[in-house]
Design a protein around this ligand. Sequence first.
Ligand code: NAD
Length: 417
Amino acid sequence: MTMASSKESPLATALSQLRRAIDQLKLSENDWNTLSTPRRILEVAVPLRRDDGRVEMYKGYRVQYSTTRGPSKGGVRFHQDIDLDETVALAMLMTWKCALANLPYGGAKGGVAVNPKTLSMTENERLTRRYTSEILPIIGPERDIPAPDVGTDERNMAWMMDTYSVNAGFSVPGVVTGKPIVLGGSLGRTSATGDGVAISVREALKIKGINPHGATVAIQGFGKVGYWAAVALENMGLKVVAVSDVNGGVTGFKSVADIHKHLLENGTVVGAPGTEKITNTELLHLPVDVLVPAALADAITESTANGIRAKIVVEGANAPTTPGGDAIMNEEGILVVPDILANSGGVIVSYFEWVQDKQNYFWSADEVKENLNSILMRAINEVSENASSKRVTWREAANMIGVGRVAEAHRLRGLYP
Ligand code: NAD
């Protein structure tokens, strides 16, 4: 799936970053062989009876990239362009992300190649339930714990939890995270990824010596991540000057609440009264302090990176930057907070949700926020210190920590038999 015309393979990008981390850590070829191979891949056919009686077939996937440090963990994406290659890449990123945050998880990803906007609510429910039952043998609170991603939300998680529980014969809330609160979801999960993006922006601004009050930010993608990041950043005193969705971007709105209201009423941010329309590429090139790509992969490429004028790029999306785009931003001295750090707030609070479900004891919103801040701050400080001491980029430092932890766990567990 790409947003630019120059399609780059997300798996090739992820593997090249892994190769670099292995080389920088001076790990062995055995480590490379082990870490560059996904542990388990399941491809399923998902039949759907449409409301008009037609039966259609969709491809579904679940990739468990690693289970070395604990059960695998990762989102479920409903998007027409997903394929196995991208799902493996995203599952690999989840592995390093969980290790970087020091969560007791491996990494996974899954999804169905469908455009959810073409489904009625009842069709979406049937598709979600059938996908869940197809991957049921390999998921579970001790095995692999799905969560929402692009095109899915807490409603899908409720159906997944119910389908799994009906088959188990009792309620199993810990099988998915990102559930509604009444089903064992966690306070603060909905906004967690955006909150983590905002914490990352706050720390990057400190490093660059920029006052958050009045600093400007442009956000590409105004979904679960982009919207909540916008809310948190506005609360921190930044000025959100542009947002976008798949239909294009806008500038000139008064507040995040105003543009969100327009989105809820019209299904897009485009066309809000008093705003000016821009393209998604123009948004990337605005003269802002901070740029947050929070849509899909490959937004910042060799062809789009050149015009970026932001001093800080905080990756809300997974894999929004290609190696070519990354090289240009590094040459320009832009501080890039990489995806596996910047958007890890979601999986951190998913971890809290899983812990709460296991204990049947639920935390206050303040406890969630405090714990999110402390886990993310520990990871940010580690990455920042490693980047300075080893003279590498934040992306390289983050990958070295994540990959290094998984490699160490492999070594300590040993090879069976
Ligand atoms: P979402 O479906 O809620 O929102 C996606 C947004 O991107 C929407 O505004 C959509 O219109 C926009 N978009 C889609 N295609 C686009 C295009 N071609 N150009 C511009 N905008 C486009 O998804 P989300 O959960 O907000 O996820 C966004 C990104 O963040 C993804 O890369 C996802 O993997 C990543 N992520 C999500 C979470 C989470 O907790 N939801 C956690 C970590 C990372």
